[in-house]
Design a protein around this ligand. Sequence first.
Ligand code: UDP
Ligand code: MG
Length: 319
Amino acid sequence: MRTITYLFPIYNEGGNIDLLHKTVSEVVKPLEDRYRVNFIYVNDGSRDNSLELLNAVADADDRVTVIDLARNFGHQLAVTAGLDLADADAVIIMDSDMQDPPAVSLELIEKWEQGYHVVYAQRRSRQDTAFKKATARAFYWFLRKVAEIDIPENTGDFRLVDRKVVEELRKFREHNRFLRGLVSFIGFKQTAVQFDRDKRHAGVTGYPLRKMLRFAADGIVGFSAAPLKLISKVGYFISALAFLGICYVVGVKLFLPATAVPGWAFITSAVFFLGGIQLIMLGVLGSYIGRIYTEVQARPLYSVASVRTATPVPNDARA
Ligand code: UDP
Ligand code: MG
């Protein structure tokens, strides 16, 4: 019998845990004659009574594992801790505030049964503040423009990942991680399921603006060299301005010998020239730093989906 694990990161979800576990237990009932289903709850240093509630859930249900992180490490690392421990043929990652409707997980499983390795849930609509929607939209637009990988729009971490992909993910040990980017980076057969994202059931968001900005930076800096390349682009632009200025200064000197070269033109050209050269050189440094960054991230070079070896020729057939 194959195993499916539901993985929930928990940060101050005291008002949601009981309802969540009840709902998910109900949803998975039709699966239980085909699969062994279990649950991993990762308590990410909650400051409310989440841990007690989780322990009570685990007391009542022996399919439940609770990982209690020593402090708040953040959503992405909480999910990582769960993925590191999971021993399942498929792991379903979900938010714990009932924004990701548990029933949708059955559709994810259906796609997985059709042979997909990653099934991400894509939001058809979402019940969030206008601010959250607008910033998310702008961020994904920008990320898709600059990132070196294809990150699907309107997806969060709500997704199903096959064991193969979980095993690959474990090889990525970078600290500032953007999991949904890593999942795209790894590859394998991926597909989407559409869903309508609900409102948070109880409690407040664990992603205030400060955390959201850091998360956005992890996504962009982790998967794009665009900020580094911008340095030299600005350098070339300023150098071009300096070149125009120099042409003007030389032009005045050659063709209007009676007029003195205006002081501002001379100084501006010199400043732009120096500034341009410095930025271009910073860009050169940047391109080496970019390579160092890639090396220290120490990501696996590739992920193998399968290997089909050559069939060995039996000895007696050779004679
Ligand atoms: N979360 C976490 N650690 C954190 C912040 C959030 O484990 O530091 C969890 C949280 O409990 C929830 C999920 O990550 O299950 C998504 O967080 P939240 O719903 O607060 O974010 P939003 O939906 O507002 O973006
Ligand atoms: Mg939420």
